[in-house]
Ligand binder design. Sequence first.
Ligand code: SF4
Length: 332
Amino acid sequence: MPWRVGPAARKAGMRPDPYRIWLSEVMLQQTTVAAVKSYFEAFTARWPTVSDLAGAADADVMAAWAGLGYYARARNLLKCARAVVADHDGVFPDSYDGLLTLPGIGPYTAAAIAAIAYDEAATVVDGNVERVMARLHDEHTPLPQSKPILTRHAETLTPEARPGDYAQAVMDLGATICTPKRPACGLCPWREACAAWAAGTQAELPKKAPKKKKPVRFGIAYLVRRVDGAWLLERRPDSGLLGGMLGWPGSDWIDVTAGTPEAAPPIRAEWKTLPDEARHTFTHFHLRLGLRTALVPMERVPERGEFVAPEDFRPADLPTLMRKAFDLARPR
Ligand code: SF4
């Protein structure tokens, strides 16, 4: 992983960079290592330090984040970088408590940076660690109710010596050996101490409370092209889903059981309805987005959004939902 400092480099005196640890941890929330790697490399090549990131334009950072999802993270990323520069001379605070004062940094991220970058004995608990603790202690209370119990187990094990290596080792144990399905207990260094292994219950742990079925919402998006090839785009408000990202103007997204969304088109045009909907799943609901397209003359003025010239339009700068809509509309 490009944000890690390996044992040889550590021996040679190299320290993990808190900026890179922070950036990787924020990117990894709700996202896999495989998905994050190329984004991490692109971000650190373009903004090698927290000061570089703090000086970046909001629109550039949001565009570079497009496709990673959970866009509030990108907005908080900028807020945090700017706070580090404005309030801490461009250096991340070197303690768990200090890190917690930064915007967008919660207990998990503060503990990860404090342990990995500053070797503070802070306890890092992510999903991997929860699974390892549940099995190690044969804990059958379901998640999320068991979170405080599993955190206490993790705290008890956190050592004073090399807590950063320890935190990464437990997370790696969960990611590679004590995996959700078919854990490789035969390879596990903790097998002799593992209560679930002794009881043969490892495959059923951690227990989870049944998930609620996600509701379905419906919305309408308008994909408008001007005859010169420009597309009509709108920046979404900072708060709310896909906040601060570019997208197609459209309606609110309402529960399908509540009827049809109010759809005020952003420009006067002859609309065609596409046969396909763009579908996307957010944390708390599934979205079905009906698509309307239109071609408009040069002199037509939009009531919402702005036309973006073809040479300035990059589909890659759109969040995944808006790109799906574009891919469906483009052939038509
Ligand atoms: S012995 Fe198996 S269940 Fe127990 S911690 Fe190791 S991999 Fe996980």
